[in-house]
Every structure is written in C-alpha cells, then in structure tokens.
Design a protein around this ligand. Structure first.
Ligand code: ATP
Ligand code: MG
Length: 266
C-alpha cells in the first residue's frame, strides 16, 4: 500500500481525481456578488465541511452544485465530466443528493414511504401500470435493509409515521434517504443545527457511516466542534470567495474562525 492509499482522505486527496469539482464559479444577484470565482474539490470517500460567516456564499455555492442556481460563469465536473444542471432534478438524477434543513421529510408518511418519496415503486403488472398500486411490502423490505446497512439502530420500525419520531431520528431518515439509491455525493445543509447532543451525535455517526461506505459528503455547518469531529478537509468561504481549505490536523478551531472572519490568512 502506498502512503497516499493508507492516509486519510485529506492527506491523500491531492493525488486522486475529485468526484465533484467546481472551477471558478461566479454567481451574482444584481449588484450583489454571491460567489466570486470559487473552486471546490470533493474527493472520493471524504467528508468536506464548508464553513463561513453569514452571507459568505455557502448556500449559494451548494445551490450551484445542486442545480438550484445556474452559475453565471465557471465549470462543474462530476467524475471528471463537465455537467450543466438546469434544475435540482438534474443533479439528483446524476447522483447528487441534498438534505436541506427544513423540507427534509414528510411528517405524515411512514419511514419507508419517506425513503422512497418521489421514487415510489409500483406493483408489477396491470395493478401497478394501470391502477398505480404501490409496492408497499417491497418498499418496506428494502427500506429495512437500507436502514440496517447504514446501521441506524434508532429506527426500529419503518412503518412508523415520521411525525412520531424525534428530531434526530427525522434527520436520520432524511440522511438515509439521501444515502440510499446509490448516490455519488451527499450534501447536508446544517444537519445538526436544531438537534440536541445525543441526536447530533447520531447524525455525525451516520455521516461517518456514509464515509465508510465510500460516499463522499459535503457538510455545511456553523458548529465548529462538529466540523472538526467529522471533516477530513474544511473549505472556508469568506465574502463570496474561498479563503482557504484546511484540515483539522493543520489548523485549530481558533485558526479556522480567524480565517473565516478575516483576522488571519491560512
Ligand atoms: N436569491 C438571492 N437574491 C439576492 N441576493 C442573494 C440571493 N441569494 C444569496 N444572496 C446574497 O449572496 C450572498 C451570499 O449569500 P448565501 O446565502 O450564499 O450566504 P451563506 O454563507 O449561506 O450565509 P448564512 O450562513 O447566513 O446562511 C449574500 O450577500 C446574500 O445576500
Ligand atoms: Mg446559507
């Protein structure tokens, strides 16, 4: 095994090709510059955190990666091929799954239905094709397998309506949904912002589980301890630009905050 192979994603990253890459993205809103030539690389099997002060361009950057915004300039590459997403469905179809903080799950539906939301499976034959009957049993079976594969022990019963779950369990359902269906990239926007300590830990464990399964994750967070706990590398946005990309080994939390606020450079 070479050194690059044996080292964590952060250290070996530069020797490999990114799964997802943004090159010099520009996005303006009238006179406001949201992104000013931002590049980002996401390598296989890594957790990349994106941090930055309010208005630094984190959400704009993520929206450009997920088809919610079309950048004015710059390139987006998935597995080395240039892609042009016109709408979020395009990014999703290409394997980029995003979990937004609030509209993550449908409370009235059960866990299994949430996992298959927007991808419902029909019964075989005329029952499915003509009468649109759902393959509930099949979806529940696969939902159980997926929940087990991700080791989400807190979700015991996939037939429970999501409104009966705790906040952390709901977030777990949303992350599981993003991780299912062979996603290439999972993007999480502030997944622990509204959660307690135990629930946050559950979501952080789930992020680590995704990495173990080889799924790279982009994590947007204001929570420095969480970022430093799970991230392999940290992309720091400041005033619409990438100020630096650091690692938890190369810099302290204090250093990261100093770069974020402009008190220091990397
Ligand atoms: N749809 C929009 N119309 C006009 N201006 C926008 C729009 N979206 C973002 N902006 C501006 O672009 C800049 C970057 O905003 P963005 O939402 O990306 O910041 P952020 O880093 O996500 O901040 P926060 O931590 O507060 O969520 C801000 O100046 C913001 O006002
Ligand atoms: Mg934002």
């Amino acid at each position: 095994m070479t050194i690059a192979e044996s080292s964590p994603a952060g250290a070996g990253a530069s020797t490999r090709n990114p799964v997802l890459e943004a090159r010099r993205l520009v996005k303006t809103f009238g006179r406001v510059v949201g992104l000013d030539g931002v590049s980002l690389q996401l390598y296989p099997g890594e957790v990349l955190a994106v941090i930055g002060d309010n208005g630094a361009g984190k959400s704009t950057l993520i929206k450009c990666l997920t088809g919610a915004y079309i950048p004015d300039e710059g390139q987006l590459l998935l597995d080395g091929q240039e892609v042009h997403f016109k709408r979020p469905q395009d990014a999703r179809a290409a394997g980029i799954e995003t979990v937004y903080q609030n509209l993550a799950v449908s409370p009235a539906l059960d866990v299994a239905s949430n996992l298959f939301l927007g991808r419902e499976r029909r019964r075989p034959g005329v029952l499915g094709s003509v009468f649109r009957a759902l393959d509930t049993a099949g979806m529940r079976k696969d939902a159980r397998a997926e929940v087990q594969r991700l080791g989400i022990s807190t979700l015991q019963d996939v037939t429970v309506p999501v409104e009966n779950l705790s906040g952390g369990q709901r977030q777990a359902v949303a992350v599981a949904r993003a991780a299912a269906f062979g996603s290439k990239v999972v993007i999480l926007d502030e997944p622990t912002a509204a959660l307690g300590v135990r629930e946050s830990n559950m979501v952080l464990e789930l992020i680590e589980r995704l990495r173990e399964h080889g799924v790279p994750v982009i994590l947007i967070s204001h929570n420095m301890p969480h970022v430093f706990q799970v991230a392999d590398r940290i992309h720091i946005q400041r005033l619409g630009k990438r100020a630096a990309t650091i690692t938890p080994q190369s810099h302290s939390m204090t250093d990261a905050v100093a770069i974020m606020t402009g008190a220091a450079t990397a």
